[in-house]
Design a protein around this ligand. Structure first.
Ligand SMILES: Cc1cc2nc3c(=O)[nH]c(=O)nc-3n(C[C@H](O)[C@H](O)[C@H](O)COP(=O)(O)OP(=O)(O)OC[C@H]3O[C@@H](n4cnc5c(N)ncnc54)[C@H](O)[C@@H]3O)c2cc1C
Length: 466
């Protein structure tokens, strides 16, 4: 046996699983065909946050007057904005290389494919350096991630020029003057927010009747208003029938309330979801069960094939880095005979636009649909001292409780820094805190987090500052 564990894919699912496995005494190899850190560090979470920071600073420089400040000659160097983002990715990817070395994990550069083997499928790697290498391990974890979903039949696919997926949107030569973003999930909204910060005219198209459709409805409504105040435009309930390149840019045909409409722009970003990397891995021949673009998994991330596990994006939604890492840790702890952390722990989700959006647990509608009688609390940042002092009064905190048991079912936030605050609720939900424990928690003053406390108090008619 070559290894106790071979991990295919070195994204936040795969590389974290590999580290945890070595901590538990396993001999581990990881195979990666592109860049250590996967989509997350190279093309996703991290480089977008670097871009968004540049955009946010630039936008803030245009709104300094209320703070008694002024700046002249505000400008940006787009090439440097992109270079900084790529540099941040590179730094973090090198960090993963260091961690692999430190943990004595063998990194194999190449593309892996599976075939029948025992006690787990055999792995053949087409090495980047040329040639092939065969490996047999006790356990194999598939962590091959996902890529942008496309619908080529109606032009919703990157064309290497004017129609971009997230990859092209992260490294263009110039910021587009007029941009259409198709899809208003987190990825679409983050790019829309970034390019709007730099002055692009941005229109976001959404097939459903509201933007950020996975979020609580009140948050979706507030987000749309806040983004519109920044000049973003939206077309909701809009079905794209065709996207095509024109002499000057792109043209998009829509069906809106039964009427046809055409929009034109310089560039379009297609952000209509993602699909798992399940092809060319030998899964069909092994009889690995897949469905809806991902590998189907059962308890402890096991597939239906002995010795084969799947984690992260390739194993289905939510498509989030921390979900991938959590599954990776859970899976290897199980393999090592440990008692792993609960796989169904609440997973927060964040959108790093301006304003930010963060949530965990059930929306109010989902809680009701699941049969809960709910108690809902709300607290706006416009009456929070720190928010007023910081000039960040947009948004609110909403909490959803089970009226009978006091269990915190969900929390939904919009405003500055809420992507940092959400962790408080994630901890509370993981520890199964009740409303009484949350009310008895002392929140530091002045903080925006006090709005979290007040929102809980409000659910029980006890809010103090409203
Ligand atoms: C623009 C964008 C922004 C995002 N922002 C966030 C965010 O803010 N927060 C968040 O939580 N999530 C975010 N995500 C999602 C996040 O990037 C993914 O959920 C996460 O990367 C999934 O991790 P993973 O380990 O499952 O897969 P990946 O990170 O996709 O890694 C899979 C790796 O497997 C490799 N691979 C695939 N097939 C093979 C093969 N046959 N052989 C060898 N190697 C292979 C790939 O090259 C890749 O490196 C974002 C995604 C995008 C696109």
């Amino acid at each position: 046996m070559d290894f106790d564990l071979v991990v295919i894919g070195a994204g936040p699912g795969g590389y974290v699983a590999a580290i945890r496995a070595t901590q538990l005494g396993m001999k581990v190899a990881i195979i990666e065909r592109e860049g250590l850190g996967g989509v997350c560090l190279n093309w996703g979470c991290i480089p977008t946050k670097a871009l968004l920071k540049s955009g946010e600073l630039y936008e803030t420089l245009g709104h300094l007057e209320p703070y008694g400040l002024a700046v002249t000659g505000r400008s940006y160097d787009f090439t440097k904005v992109i270079e900084r983002s790529r540099g941040v990715s590179k730094q973090l990817s090198s960090g993963v290389a260091f961690l692999m070395k430190k943990n004595k994990i063998e990194v194999i550069e190449g593309t892996a494919k599976l075939s029948a083997g025992s006690p787990a499928p055999k792995i053949t790697v087409a090495l980047k350096a040329g040639g092939r290498r065969s490996l047999q391990a006790k356990h194999v974890i598939l962590a091959t991630g996902a890529r942008a979903r496309t619908i080529p039949a109606i032009g919703l696919a990157p064309d290497g020029d004017k129609i971009w997926s997230y990859r092209e949107a992260m490294t263009p030569k110039t910021a587009p003057g007029r941009l259409i973003v198709i899809g208003s999930g987190a990825i679409g909204i983050e790019f829309a927010s970034f390019y709007r910060s730099l002055g692009s005219e941005v229109t976001v198209i959404e097939a459903l009747d509201r933007i950020l459709p996975v979020e609580d409805e009140e948050v979706s409504v507030a987000a749309k208003k806040a983004f519109e105040r920044r000049g973003l435009k939206f077309k909701t309930s809009a079905k794209v029938t065709k996207l095509a390149k024109t002499a000057k840019g792109v043209a998009i045909d829509l069906e809106l309330a039964g009427k046809a409409e055409r929009l034109e722009a310089d560039v379009a970003i297609v952000a209509i979801g993602i699909t798992g990397n399940i092809e060319d891995l030998g899964l069909e021949a092994l009889g690995v069960k897949t469905g809806r673009g991902h590998v189907v998994t059962g308890p402890h991330c096991a597939t239906n094939v002995a010795g084969l596990y799947a984690i992260g994006d390739v194993a289905g939604p939510p498509w989030l880095a921390h979900k991938a890492s959590h599954e990776g840790v859970h899976c290897v702890e199980h393999l090592a005979g440990e008692q792993p952390a609960n796989l169904t722990a609440p997973i927060p989700g964040c959108t790093y636009a301006n304003p930010q959006i963060a949530s965990v647990g059930l929306t109010e509608a989902a809680a009701k649909a699941a049969g809960h009688e709910v108690r809902v609390g709300r607290f706006p940042f416009k009456v929070n001292g720190k928010a007023i002092a910081a000039g960040e009064t947009e948004g609110f905190v909403k909490t959803v409780f089970d009226a009978k048991t006091g269990a915190l079912l969900g929390a939904h936030l919009i405003g500055a820094e809420v992507t940092e605050m959400i962790q408080g609720y994630a901890i509370a939900m993981t520890l199964e805190a009740t409303e009484a424990e949350l009310m008895a928690t002392v929140f530091a003053h002045p903080t925006m987090s006090e709005a979290m406390h007040e929102s809980v108090l409000d659910a029980y008619g006890r809010a103090l500052h409203i």
